[in-house]
Unconditional design. Structure first.
Length: 557
């Protein structure tokens, strides 16, 4: 490739962008689509009408020219035949002079300078007969088919469309008319007259050019009219769209201008009425939400003082429970257990109220999720053992640190493991940690009862249980998953769930490795590769945890 060719390549770049920009404009602009569709349909209608008119005019012009040519040829043939019939010439010179007079009469009456005269074949030889005559314009034009028709039907008149050679060496459309002449003492001759249709073609071309110019002017006028009309309709729609966007963005005081009394004014009035109702409703809901949040926060704070007193009294009684009779001792134990649960519920309510009020701040620090998961598993090992489940940690990746709040992430992991233990039906529980360039993920899978799609959709609702008749065996407050979801979102991550009845449940926590990470893609799949598989064969929960602790020691080293 030469240097000149190379320098031309970048110039084609903007032109390659034109189809993409037109496509984007087509999708985004109703005004552009309306104008283009109007122009397209109008252009198609004008094209069809123009073609019809052009063909009709061309046909009428040709028919008029043909009738005129046939009449002129017939008159010229009749006049020439009268001259020939009135002569008694018999010698060669007289016959040639007579034929010259007939040709002059033919050219003057017919108006055609292109002619041909041939002695019809099949007649006896005659040395006195005038020779054939052929003008330059008809050379190679007369076809054998036309001659055969003239020869077979003496006295008739036949025509054929041909291309005649003009004076400049070009060609013009024309007609050749054939007939016969009877020359005394010489026999029958074929007469052919050529007529040019150049003037008719010029007239048709002028009409076509005029039609094209008129069609272009009409399309331009239609474009201007359509643009003005569409703009008058589109502008209020654009105002409505802009107003609705501002309204959706939180500017509840924005309204549409109301002008006139037409349908658009009715639309503006209806939209403004809807905005007024929406603003009033949102203000009412906002005030109610603030009141509810304040109520929950105030109640939670107010309960801490009597709960502290109850806690102190309960601890005293719990420490002396062995001195009480059996029923009283059992009552003291229940009091101690429920006081612990009440204290956790109160703490969760305070945490939820902080999230609702938007007052939660994260204390982030570089944290290894594998180590954090191992600590959570180790702390919940006894609980899993009591329920007959073993905890397994699978960490092919994720050994690099991520900027997270370790207290909140550990709370998420403990909540997920606790739910898996409670609903795992005594089967193994697999905790997996993996990472990629932008994200780190942790999943907890159990092989327990699972949930339906309707239950999965509500699993993060506050105080919701899949089976209301089923008691919480671990003592959860019903807010654990809701708080876990809030913790994940606060980190810029996500908490997803997959579950199938009788196939178990998977909770997956995905967190960005850094706060400015973009296009976060979870390194762990949400749906397991073996959703219908039974639980993996037991290997011993203690052995799995010890293996993980040993692995951590190797990484720490």
């Amino acid at each position: 490739m030469s240097a000149a060719e190379t320098s031309k390549l970048p110039a084609a770049g903007p032109w390659r962008e034109v189809p993409r920009r037109l496509s984007a404009l087509w999708r985004r602009s109703l005004q552009f689509r309306t104008v283009i569709i109007t122009l397209g349909l109008s252009g198609l209608a004008i094209l069809v009408i123009g073609l019809y008119i052009s063909f009709s005019v061309a046909s009428n012009l040709f028919q008029a020219q043909r009738d005129s040519v046939l009449e002129a040829s017939n008159n010229a043939t009749a006049a020439a035949q009268s001259i020939l019939d009135s002569s008694d010439a018999t010698d060669r010179a007289s016959l040639q002079s007579l034929m010259g007079s007939a040709v002059s009469t033919i050219t003057s009456i017919s108006g055609s300078s292109d002619y041909a005269i041939f002695r019809a074949p099949g007649q006896p030889a005659n040395s006195s007969a005038p020779p054939d005559q052929l003008s330059r314009g008809l050379g190679g034009v007369i076809t054998p088919e036309l001659r055969a028709q003239v020869q077979e039907n003496p006295g008739g008149q036949y025509w054929q469309s041909v291309a005649l050679t003009d004076t400049d060496g070009g060609t013009d459309p024309g007609i050749v008319v054939g007939s016969t002449l009877d020359v005394p003492a010489a026999g029958r001759y074929e007469l052919y007259l050529g007529y040019s249709l150049a003037e008719a073609e010029e007239t048709l071309a002028f009409m076509q050019v005029t039609g094209i110019v008129g069609a272009a002017a009409l399309l331009a006028l239609l474009s201007a009219i359509t643009l003005v009309v569409v703009r008058g309709v589109i502008e209020p729609i654009r105002e409505t769209a802009a107003t609705s966007r501002r309204l959706a963005a939180g500017d509840l005081g924005v309204r549409m201008p109301e002008r006139g009394e037409d349908e658009l004014a009715t639309l503006a009035a209806s939209f403004n009425g809807m905005a007024d109702s929406l603003q009033a409703r949102i203000r009412e809901l906002a005030e109610l939400s603030v009141m509810q949040q304040r109520f929950v926060s105030d109640v939670s704070h107010e309960l801490r003082t009597p709960l502290t007193t109850i806690r102190l009294a309960g601890d005293v009684l719990y420490g002396q429970r062995e001195d009480f009779p059996g029923p009283t001792s059992r009552t003291v134990e229940l009091l101690h257990t429920q006081t612990d649960r009440f204290e956790r519920l109160l703490a969760d309510l305070l945490e939820i109220s902080r999230y609702d009020a938007g007052s939660v701040t994260l204390a982030t620090e570089p944290t290894n999720l594998v180590h954090l998961a191992g600590d959570a598993i180790e702390s919940m090992h006894e609980l899993a053992f009591e329920h007959g489940s073993e905890l397994r940690l699978v960490a092919p990746g994720g050994h690099l640190d991520a900027d997270v709040d370790p207290r909140r992430i550990k709370r998420i992991v403990r909540n997920l493991i606790g739910n898996a233990i409670e609903h795992g039906e005594g089967r193994p529980i697999v905790v997996a940690v993996d990472s990629n360039e932008t994200a780190i993920a942790l999943s907890v899978r159990d092989y327990g009862m699972g949930m339906s799609e309707e239950e999965t959709a509500r699993v993060f609702d506050r105080f919701w249980r899949a089976d209301p008749s089923r008691t919480r065996t671990i003592g959860g407050t019903g807010l654990g998953l809701a708080i876990s979801l809030e913790d994940a979102v606060a980190h810029g991550g996500s908490l997803d769930v997959w579950s199938k009845p009788r196939q178990g449940t998977v909770f997956r926590l995905t967190l960005p490795r850094t706060p400015d990470a973009a296009a976060v893609v979870s390194p762990l799949p949400l749906e397991p590769d073996d959703p219908s598989a039974d639980a993996p064969p037991p290997t011993g929960a203690t052995g799995a945890i010890e293996a993980e602790l040993a692995e951590r020691e190797v990484h720490d080293a």
